[in-house]
Each structure stands twice: as C-alpha cells, then as structure tokens.
Design a protein around this ligand. Structure first.
Ligand SMILES: Cc1ncc(COP(=O)(O)O)c(C=O)c1O
Length: 488
C-alpha cells in the first residue's frame, strides 16, 4: 500500500495530515477492518516525516477509535470498524413553497440543558472543550480596563476592536472586508434574522436548503416569510439547477443557506460551485444570506472559503459568530451585509439597540492573543474524533440499512432510516430513556424527513454517550423489525 506524500506547506499539523491520509484509506476501503497498518519505520520513510510524527498520527487515530495497537505486532484497523454506512441521496422536497410553523423545535431544544438527559439533540459543544478559564479571565480584564464603557449604551455597528479582529480573520475565508463593513450582533441567529428582515418583506418566499437549520425556519416564521425547499446533496449542498429554475420563475425574493458544513447535512460546496452560486444570484439581482457559523470547524486542509469571497456586487449578507468555537452564551456574532448594511444597522438599532459590550471586548481580546488557532486545532480534532466514534457506534448498533452523512467539518450527523421509520416516535421513546435526538421533521417546513434524525457529535465521547448510542440503536432495531413484521 502506497500513501501519498504529505504537503508540508499545509497549515494542519503534520501528524494530523498523516492521520487524515490513513483515515482516507480506511474510508475508501483500501485499508479494511483487521488490516495491519504500515510499520512506523516504513511510513516514516515513505512520507519523509519523523518517527514521532507517525507515532503521533497513530495515537490520534487510536484516540478516534479507528485503529488499535497489538503489542509486539503493530497497528491494525479496528475490527469493530464495520463497513462505512451509505450516505443519504440528494433530497427531494416538495416543489411548492410552504408557510412555516415550527413549534416542535422549541419543544425539543428546551430540554437540552437538562442535566439528566444525554443531549444528542442540540448542536452544542461540551463546555469542557471551550477555553472558559481564559475567556473568564479576559472578561474580568475587560471590565477592569473599561469600567464605564462596558456598562454604557453603544450604537451599531458595534465594538471596534472586535470588528478589527473579525475583519482580520475573515481573510482566512477569502474575504477582504473592511471593519466598517461589519456590524456586531447577538450571535448568528440575530445576524440572519436582521439580514432576512432587511432583504425581504412579509409574504415573500425564500429559497432554502432541504433539510435546513430549524432556527432559520423559526426566523422565517416570525417574519411571515414562506420557504421554498430546494433539493440538497449531503456533500455538495443546494441544487443550483433548481435554484435557477426558481429564480427564472421569479418565485423567490432571497436565498438563505449555511455555506460550510451545513446543519443538519454537513455539506460544503466546492469553491467552483460557490462562485457559480454567487454569480447566479448576482445575475438575478437577488440577495443571498450566508450563515457561516461552522466555517472554522473544517477537519482537513485549509479553511473553506465563504460565499462572500466571491461577491463583488454586495448581494451576499454574510452572518457568523463564535457560538460554536468559543462561547454560545456570550452571544457574539456579526453580519457583513453588503448593499444592505445601512438597513441592517438601522434594524439592529431599532430592534435591539446594541450588542453587550463586555462580551465583545472579551472575544476581541481572545482573538488578538488568546491562542484561537491553537484552540481551533484541538476543537477540530475533538469533533472529528467524536464524529468518527459516533459513526462507528451507528455501524455497530443500528440496522444495516441505516444511512449516515460524512461531513468534513462541523459537529452534526444526519441519520436516515428507510420509510416508514417514524423518527418522532423514536424521539419520544428515546426521551423516555433520557436520551434526546432531533427528529427530522424539525428541519423541514413541509414536514418531510419523518424517517430521519440529527445527532450532535459536539459532546466529549464518554461511556454515557456510548451507552446512549446503544439505547438508540436498540430502539431503531425494534421499530425497524416491527415495521418489517407488519409488512410481511
Ligand atoms: C446553522 C446555524 N446557524 C445559527 C445558529 C445559531 O447561532 P448563534 O448561537 O450564534 O445565534 C446555529 C446553532 O446551532 C446553527 O447551527
């Protein structure tokens, strides 16, 4: 077996690159469960990397539960690593726009804080994985250094030092944005809400991915907007063919989507497709609302570009936050709203006046010198490991016909069972056993995906989660067997 040479100029650590190559070989099936991996010395020679780099890469794969070491013998692909499950196909939502009523989402999500529930429903990280000590220290410093400003009113566009840091970091996403083009918000949700409100009027229809993030549906609902669900591929994202068709027929006033590692499918469009999408929306002079909350959480290579990177006409309203990487509770997000900037700033002022100052100063200080890149490296590694372990648990415990997405970033998995599996019933049964999942219908205004559910991989892997996955597997097996029996 030949492993391709490593590109030493990449930003990921060398050992992570080596681990990714081996993982790719396992995923493609070149390396099968039970196969012996190349010896440490052989890989060191083949890849021209140090012995300690290979050892570190093997340790990482061991942590991810993908390989095991046999004393005196070497490293092996884990036997329990069953065949990689199939991925769901491109979705086929109804062709008509729907009005939105998503009260179920709030019912499901309100329980994510319950300590006695294993929360696989909300897309949340384990708090132990966030740099809370540093953030708390920086918050104290911010309050001490700015004892009056921190308690004052502010006006949009918001805290200068934060906008400066955000503009600097947006370069990694391919965007050259001036800090004056940024308005700070209470998280991505508010940025998306303000962008939708600025770019549409009640009664308009917005094109969305299908399935889509339920929070977007909630925003559409309160703004009295309709949703046109478009077919979406679990890797490549929204169908541009269907989007163009909707634009041609003047069916939509805007399109809103998650550009990198979408929620719940985990799709990430190629740069070429992103460019084509922005060109298409520009040609039809239609605003494109981009939610890039997961962009920093890529598993391989470099940070994927934002759609905003391809926008020369100001039609992209870019929204993001640090809720998934630093602190969901500080509520620090922002929008770069292009042509709609003045409107977004005015709406922000009218609806919410300002974003609290101390959290903005805290995040700005962390970005300036808190080791954000180092922290991200740990976080990405943890999410990737957790996702691999979760996928493995599905292979082991769920029916063989289960399909699962294979995202290259973020921290959610989308699981599909054959019709007529009822994920709402499954959700209720799991909840009785103190495990929560997000049933598929939450992600569709037309109530599609009753046979699917989303799993959060943001929590540190533990025996409790392993046990929860066994329980979920048991419930899916029971329902699937009952359905088969009823059919026969
Ligand atoms: C795609 C997406 N957008 C927005 C949000 C909400 O972000 P925030 O907490 O920054 O408002 C989430 C949270 O799960 C999300 O998954």
């Amino acid at each position: 077996m030949k492993v391709k040479l490593i590109d030493q100029s990449q930003t990921a650590n060398l050992y992570e690159q080596v681990a990714d190559r081996i993982w790719a070989l396992i995923r493609e099936g070149t390396l099968q469960p039970g196969d012996r991996l190349p010896s440490v010395r052989r890989l060191h020679e083949q890849l021209s990397v140090s012995i300690s780099t290979v050892l570190e890469a093997y340790r990482l794969l061991e942590d991810r539960g993908l390989i095991s070491v046999r004393p005196q013998s070497g490293y092996y692909v884990k036997q329990t690593l069953l065949s990689t499950p199939e991925e769901p196909d491109q979705s086929k939502p109804p062709k008509k726009a729907s009005s939105v009523n998503n009260s179920l989402a709030f019912q499901v999500i309100r329980h994510v804080q319950d300590a006695d529930i294993v929360n696989l429903a909300g897309a949340l990280p384990s708090m132990e994985m966030l740099p809370l000590d540093t953030l708390n220290r920086l918050m104290g410093q911010a309050l001490r250094n700015h004892p009056i400003i921190s308690h004052s009113y502010d006006v949009p566009p918001g805290c200068k030092s934060l906008r400066h840091e955000v503009a600097r970091r947006l370069m990694d996403a391919g965007c050259s944005v001036n800090m004056d083009e940024i308005v700070t918000t209470n998280g991505t949700f508010e940025a998306v809400y303000l962008s939708l409100k600025a770019a549409t009027k009640p009664g308009d229809t917005v094109a969305i991915e299908s399935p889509t993030y339920y929070g977007l549906l909630e925003a559409l609902e309160i703004l009295h907007l309709k949703a046109l669900e478009l077919p979406t591929h679990p890797r490549e994202g929204i169908s541009l063919l269907h989007l163009e068709n909707a634009l041609q027929k003047k069916q939509i006033a805007a399109c809103a989507l998650v550009s990198n590692f979408s929620n719940p499918l985990g799709s990430c469009m190629s740069d070429a497709k992103k460019k084509e999408l922005v060109q298409l929306m520009t040609r039809y002079d239609t605003p494109l609302i981009e939610d890039d909350i997961y962009g920093d959480l890529y598993f391989e290579g470099t940070r994927p570009k934002a759609l905003k990177a391809f926008d020369s006409e100001g039609i992209v309203l870019y929204c993001a936050s640090y809720s998934k990487t630093l602190s969901p509770g500080l509520r620090v997000g922002w929008a770069v709203a292009g042509r709609y900037q003045a409107k977004v700033e005015q709406l922000k002022w009218v609806i919410n006046q300002t974003t609290a100052i101390a959290p903005q100063l805290t995040i700005a200080a962390f970005l300036a010198n808190g080791g954000y890149d180092r922290h991200l490296r740990h976080l990405r590694r943890a999410y990737q490991s957790q996702m691999a372990l979760m996928t493995q648990a599905i292979c082991e415990h769920f029916p063989p016909e289960t399909r699962v997405t294979r995202p290259n970033g973020g921290h959610v998995l989308w699981v599909e069972l054959p019709h007529p599996f009822d994920s709402l019933l499954f959700y209720r049964q799991a909840f009785e056993q103190k495990v929560s999942v997000a049933p598929g219908v939450m992600f569709s205004p037309s109530g599609s995906y009753g046979n699917c559910f989303r799993l959060n991989c943001g929590l540190l892997w533990s025996e409790r989660i392993e046990q929860a996955m066994k329980q979920l597997g048991h419930l899916t097996q029971l329902q699937t067997s009952a359905l088969k029996l009823a059919e026969s």
